[in-house]
Design a protein around this ligand. Structure first.
Ligand code: SF4
Length: 343
């Protein structure tokens, strides 16, 4: 790293700040910016993580820093599938996740000639990734030893190279510790920062209901990040090893599931009546499988206790080529047996 930084005047010092859309990261950016450092924000957009792209962008704008967004892809999914440092309460590999983000940010730091990286991490705030040991591990594993600053709790940690070289005045950094939010909320008020997501939550990897969906996708396979993104919507059913169905729970989910359908998926819905849309994923479904999906649609519609209703279906890329079927009527037990997570 040494040759990368050389001797610069404070005016030339640039830092990359990880901006999630939450309060802590934008406070850290504001602290560093106010010390006269040129800050470039970096946001990692993930299908169901703890960040929020819209808030990240709004908060960066609010404090006047540019923001570069990286879209996470299949490489990130592999990390979730096989984390090196284990998972938190559910399927959240927070340490691996942070190392991954920081490695990407370090590459970007080189590209733009920045001098160090900072994050909004707070010592003791999260049990898995924000204790002394994990903070050190994350710093070492990301290859940023000495060049990773945590401005909100820096006074509780060993001085970093930016502090030692005098780029940053350590006495202006903070010593926030623990899970409380009072100090951060007071700072937000002080800096007039209003654009941020509420603390805690957002990452579906920490949600018990989401884990079976992801495990199912890892077990039976998925085509791409688009399919993984749609795991967050609707009710989901494993018909057999080749077929899986997504059923919208409201109009918004119906639209999103259709939007994220692949061309070869099948779209099924009640003919000329309101109800859930079902997206069937799998190759060349038989009429028996399609009828079973029709049964799911009727079973979750307002018409569930009526006689079998007419269902229309088509392949997603052949919307004008509609066909019709009569659904199989399914018992509550049959529905529950197909459900990937409780419905
Ligand atoms: S909560 Fe943990 S696993 Fe989820 S996105 Fe954040 S760092 Fe990654």
């Amino acid at each position: 790293m040494q040759e990368l930084f050389g001797q610069k005047t404070k005016k030339q010092i640039k830092a990359i700040g990880l901006i999630s859309g939450g309060l802590d990261s934008i406070l850290a950016a504001k602290v560093i910016k106010d010390l006269g450092i040129k800050v470039i924000g970096v946001h990692f957009n993930m299908p169901w993580g703890c960040g929020n792209k819209i808030k990240a962008s709004a908060s960066a704008k609010q404090i006047g820093i540019p923001l570069k967004t990286f879209q996470l892809d299949e490489e990130f999914l592999e990390l979730v599938r096989n984390p090196q440092y284990g998972v938190g309460s559910v399927m959240n590999p927070c340490v691996d996740c942070k190392v991954y983000f920081l490695k990407k940010a370090a590459q970007y730091m080189k590209e733009v000639g920045a001098d160090f990286i900072f994050t909004g991490e707070v010592l003791g705030q999260r049990p898995m990734s924000q204790l002394h040991n994990s903070l050190n591990l994350i710093e070492n594993e990301s290859g940023l030893k000495g060049y990773l600053l945590r401005p909100l709790c820096a006074q509780l940690l060993k001085p970093t190279i930016p502090e030692e070289r005098g780029w940053i005045d350590r006495t202006k950094l903070l010593s926030i510790n623990g899970r409380g939010r009072r100090s951060q909320l007071d700072l937000a008020k002080h800096y007039h920062i209003t654009e941020y997501t509420p603390a805690g939550g957002g990452c579906l990897l920490t949600e018990p209901h989401f884990a079976p969906r992801l495990k199912d996708a890892f077990k039976y396979g998925y085509r791409d990040i688009k399919e993984i993104t749609s795991l967050k919507w609707g009710r989901q059913f494993r018909i057999n090893k080749d077929f899986k169905a997504f059923l919208g729970r409201d109009e918004e989910e119906n639209k999103l599931l259709k939007k994220y359908a692949h061309e070869t998926d099948y779209i099924l819905q009640l003919h000329r009546k309101n109800g859930p849309t079902l997206i069937l994923k799998g190759p060349k479904p038989s009429l028996k499988i399609l009828s079973l999906c029709g049964g799911l649609i009727q079973g979750f519609s307002k018409l569930k206790s009526l006689e079998p209703q007419k269902i229309e279906y088509c392949q997603a890329n052949l919307k004008k080529d509609k066909k019709y079927l009569t659904p199989s009527i399914l018992s509550e037990q049959q529905i529950q047996a197909l459900a990937i997570s409780p419905v």
